[in-house]
Design a binder for this molecule. Structure first.
Ligand code: NIG
Ligand code: FE
Length: 391
């Protein structure tokens, strides 16, 4: 197999603390990365790099692992421009807007939905995202949820069943009947197409008992839990996520001390989604509080047409550093290694031998520029599984 070296890297983020400056980012100055096939086989100082078949000169730019976006909702049709406009004129966000997208999604063909997913994935890739999770949740019938997952699986292995996004409008008077549908025939049809099961555990969506019933039914069919928790207010979502060993509790905007403590003493990652707070003018999640307590924090986009219509992890990093108390190093770690932890993956989110060769060459001398130069397109090249895929 041919080997390729990426050389003349000003600062390489490996996310391996045993390398380089021994910080959590394992930062190596004046570095090189060697790729063989779809894997990284060597990282270190340029002067010690082994001989390779090919070399690509990074020109003194920084290199980071490809971003791991562990939370998005891309299987949808239409958009919610009017709702966003109304919100920016003072109307509050409510989960009810989801119904608008459900109607548009049900009316779309499989090919239209798939083209939409492809479009937003391509957009994310150009901004450095090389691993992407996405969900159902805008179908809310057995057939519409199953087809959303089939469409998602055309584009990524990280597929999440979110039949419990809101109670289907068809069951407005019978929420218990909808939970029975989700835990029965809908899961039967959907489980073969997904890796994860998720619930929007929130006032206006599903309460703690309903969420527990859905997540345990998913687990019985081989899906692993993750939870939309504590986005709009305090509630049982985070504690439930920890109780069920969910890979991730997502949003974590409204947390009690007991919630923070539970996350800090668990393997459940706190996934923060600042695009949602930006777009709903809500208070920021307190990343500093979680990090100081010892919780593992991931940063993701939550890309969806209602609460967070961004596919940009660089944008989320800038928000997290400016408004959520994260250092640039912590934000970068959370958008790469943190996202990998939230998907229980160890083959992505790091640049060390054995990892998938997913990396971003930044048009900057340091990863710090992602927060220091907000809104500037700093992605120079993207490599995924050893192939140069963008720029
Ligand atoms: O993660 N919170 C629930 N689901 C999405 C919003 C979906 C929508 O408004 O369409 C979220 O923010
Ligand atoms: Fe979400």
């Amino acid at each position: 197999m041919t080997t390729t070296a990426i050389t003349h890297i000003s600062a390489l983020v490996t996310n391996d603390p045993s390398l380089g400056d021994a910080s959590p980012l394992g930062l190596i100055q004046d570095a090189a990365v060697v790729i063989e096939g779809d894997r990284v086989v060597w990282t270190g100082e340029s002067s010690k790099a082994p001989a390779t078949d090919n070399a690509v000169d990074a020109g003194g730019r920084a290199v980071i692992p490809g971003f791991v976006d562990s939370h998005s909702h891309l299987v949808f049709a239409g958009d919610r421009t009017q709702e966003f406009n109304a919100r920016m004129s003072g109307r509050p966000y409510s989960a009810g807007g989801i119904r608008t997208t459900v109607a548009a999604t049900r009316a779309a063909t499989d090919e239209e939905l798939s083209a939409n997913v492809a479009r937003y994935l391509a957009e994310a890739l150009r901004q450095g995202t090389t691993t992407f999770e996405t969900k159902s949740g805008y179908g809310l019938t057995v057939e519409d949820e199953a087809r959303a997952l089939r469409v998602a699986a055309r584009h990524t292995d990280e597929v999440t069943f979110l039949g419990a996004h809101i109670v289907s409008p068809d069951y407005a008077d019978d929420p218990a009947g909808y939970v029975d549908l989700v835990t029965g025939p809908m899961l039967d049809a959907c489980a073969p197409h997904a890796r994860w099961v998720d619930v929007f555990c929130e006032r206006g969506a599903f309460d703690g008992d309903q969420a527990r019933a859905i997540l345990t039914a998913g687990r019985a069919r081989g899906l692993h839990p993750r939870v939309h928790a504590n986005q709009l207010g305090h509630g049982p979502g985070v504690q439930l996520a920890v109780e069920l060993d969910a890979a991730s509790a997502d949003h974590c905007t409204h947390l009690t001390d007991a919630d923070v403590d539970a996350l800090a003493h668990s393997a459940t990652v706190a996934t923060l989604l600042p695009g949602a707070e930006f777009s709903t003018r809500a208070p920021w999640p307190d990343a500093r509080r979680l990090l100081d307590a010892g919780a593992t924090v991931a940063l993701s986009t939550d890309c969806n047409p209602g609460s967070s219509f961004t596919s940009s992890l660089p944008f989320c990093i800038a928000l997290a550093v400016r408004d959520m108390g994260m250092t640039p190093d912590e934000a970068l770690w959370s958008a790469t290694a943190g996202g990998a932890a939230a998907l229980r993956r160890d083959d992505v989110g790091r640049l060390t031998p054995g990892a998938r060769a997913d990396l971003v060459v930044l048009d900057a001398p340091s990863h710090v520029h992602l927060a220091y130069r907000p809104g500037v397109p700093l992605v120079h090249q993207v490599w995924r599984a050893g192939e140069r895929v963008a720029a």
